[in-house]
Design a protein around this ligand. Structure first.
Ligand code: FAD
Length: 549
């Protein structure tokens, strides 16, 4: 008989990253008496995108500098119109108060000699980028979570959201160290488990050598879909162009401080903010690699860039450049396109949510990269973490639902099947994941066409059969199996949405070679996906909400 831990909570938070931490802290601020539980796959002090590095709150509408309305305009342009306005407006409206709260927590934002925030331009309109100087932000958040009395269970991989009578009432998963099964009953569930970083292979070929946090492998998308929530924007396959071989960010940091972007022929692509699509096009046209060139910049700018890259963003960069003999004063930095990912923070893939972080499944809230608020970045994760908590605490008066023992056991049987005697795959999990992500890269990544997308779906069906026979030697491997399963589910959702959107939009992110033009007359709308009663993917379209502008 497998050991099972049963936990009861008022609010369950799945994923203790940026959004999950803010949700937990806010829930306890509003009602210190309630039981708030976080289930986190990694270790909360170092898990999630935030721990991969950052250097700014990308969206802050500082009064007197810019307005939430201008932000909505800018974000709408960046999303090529596929954006509900109200959530983005609420995010921008709350962004300044959020920044002040972070300052109260001793997070440092950079200011000029007169004490004004240094706001830089990365959006098509306005100045919303607030530079931050805080290498230990995730550690600060984790400490706040602990201080507020939230119960954190680290090393728990959640594999399913439990529903009853069409409502989310808890979740199930397992401890990746001990194999203990865990069941949490809750009155409200907040999903904040990030996007799917491991969709295709990085150029390095290393499975975890991704730009974004590799522990975010799409289980949030997959389990919410299985539970009945709608997803949207899954056709937006996001890719960026970053430092070759290490995939660390530097674009906003360098281009906002005067760096040039040039191609391999020495041609200038531009100063300041360069669209990712423009860089990707250079590679496709054979004029790559693209370089960041800081030669000739004033020493003050270069020192400032080094300070950010080597402390707040990712300290490892300093050693990387030193070992390659690269000094920004004399050598340009070679860039390379990253792998493709699905993400609501950089892209616009995720659960359908409204301005209250409500999903289409009652009792389930979603925030951060798992939710579709286009290009919301860290600001969105923080703001909607708080919003989700404010909504979820209102369910604290409800009674907990009793779980059906049969259903709990059935999920445990599914979950631990790779240890059963009949599980017998001779293939290594590393090879299986490599193959899955190579196939996804071959067929679901841009440039897309009908044949490739069909091929992707066919391969996913085949690989699901193969995965169903995979064996786990330990609980780490068990986690890998369910990660690969989620990656395949995400790819199937992405290929289905991509087949539906018979146009090209967002540059590289949804480039259909068989429909090369953007077609607003037919496709200026959301493509939503939901699980049909027969288990197939049901596709529908939804108009854009334009209540702000
Ligand atoms: C390198 C990098 C630099 C960035 N820089 C900036 C910046 O400068 N400014 C900015 O505004 N934005 C930046 N961003 C974006 C920003 O960091 C993210 O949008 C934001 O942190 C996302 O928060 P999240 O809570 O949704 O996801 P995360 O913080 O990634 O949290 C998700 C959590 O869920 C956990 N999890 C995943 N699956 C499961 C599961 N099955 N069960 C339990 N737990 C699970 C993970 O372990 C993780 O802790 C950057 C992102 C990256 C990758």
């Amino acid at each position: 008989m497998r050991n099972r831990l049963v936990v009861k909570a008022d609010i369950l938070i799945i994923g203790g990253g940026s959004a999950g931490c803010l949700a937990a802290i806010r829930a306890k601020e509003l009602n210190p008496g309630i039981e708030v539980v976080i289930l986190e796959k990694g270790e909360i002090r170092r898990s999630g995108s935030l721990a991969m590095g950052m250097d700014a709150l990308n969206i802050v509408a500082v009064p007197g500098v810019d307005t939430p309305e201008t932000y909505v305009e800018a974000a709408g342009l960046a999303a090529s119109g596929i954006m509900d306005q109200l959530p983005s407006y609420i995010m921008a409206k709350r962004s300044y108060a959020l920044m002040k709260k972070l300052e109260d927590w001793k997070v440092r934002f950079t200011k000029d000699e007169d004490g004004n925030y240094i706001m830089l331009k990365i959006h098509p309109k306005g100045k919303f980028y607030a530079a931050m100087d805080e290498p230990d932000l995730k550690v600060i958040l984790a400490s706040k979570v602990r201080e507020s009395g939230v119960k954190v269970f680290n090393r728990i991989m959640v594999t399913s959201i439990v529903t009853q009578n069409g409502q989310a009432v808890g979740a199930q998963g397992f401890n990746i160290r001990t194999g203990e099964s865990i069941v949490v009953q809750a009155k409200a569930v907040i999903l904040s488990s990030g996007g799917c970083s491991r969709l295709t292979l990085p150029n390095s070929g290393y499975l975890n050598g991704t730009f974004d946090y590799p522990g975010n492998s799409g289980e949030g998308f997959a389990m919410a879909y299985r539970a009945g929530a709608a997803l949207t924007g899954m056709e937006y396959t996001h890719q960026t162009t970053l430092i070759k071989d290490i995939s660390c960010p530097l674009l906003y940091i360098t281009t906002t401080r005067g760096a040039k972007v040039v191609n391999a022929l020495g041609q200038l692509l531009g100063h300041g903010q360069i669209a990712g699509n423009l860089m990707a096009e250079e590679y496709r046209a054979g004029r790559g690699p693209v370089f960041i060139d800081m030669r000739g910049l004033p020493e003050k700018n270069i020192s400032e860039i080094e300070q950010i890259l080597f402390t707040t963003e990712r300290p490892l960069q300093q050693r990387f450049f030193a070992q390659r003999g690269i000094d920004f004063r004399t050598s340009p930095i070679e860039l390379y396109p990253t792998e493709f990912q699905l993400c609501g923070g950089h892209g616009l893939s995720g659960l359908v949510v409204n301005e209250k972080a409500e999903t289409t499944l009652p009792g389930l809230y979603a925030c951060g990269d798992v939710a579709s608020v286009p290009r919301q970045h860290l600001t969105g994760a923080f703001v909607f973490g708080e919003v989700a908590a404010e909504e979820a605490v209102q369910r604290a008066h409800l009674s907990l639902s009793n779980f059906s023992e049969t259903e709990v056991v059935s999920e445990e049987e599914r979950l631990f099947r790779p240890f059963a005697e009949e599980a017998s795959s001779p293939i290594s999990l590393h090879d299986l994941e490599y193959k899955a992500r190579r196939v996804i890269g071959d067929y679901a990544a841009p440039p897309k066409n009908e044949y490739k997308l069909d091929q992707c779906l066919r391969w996913i069906d085949r690989m699901k059969i193969e995965l169903a026979t995979a064996t786990a030697q330990d609980y780490h491997e068990l986690g890998k199996i369910w990660e690969i399963d989620a990656i395949l589910d995400c790819a199937a959702l992405s290929a289905t949405a991509s087949k539906t959107r018979k146009e090209s939009r967002w540059g590289v992110a949804h480039l259909r070679a068989d429909y090369p033009e953007q077609n607003d007359a037919e496709w200026l709308k959301h493509i939503d996906l939901c699980r049909a009663a027969d288990g197939s993917i049901a596709v529908s379209t939804r108009p854009i909400e334009r209540s702000v502008l």
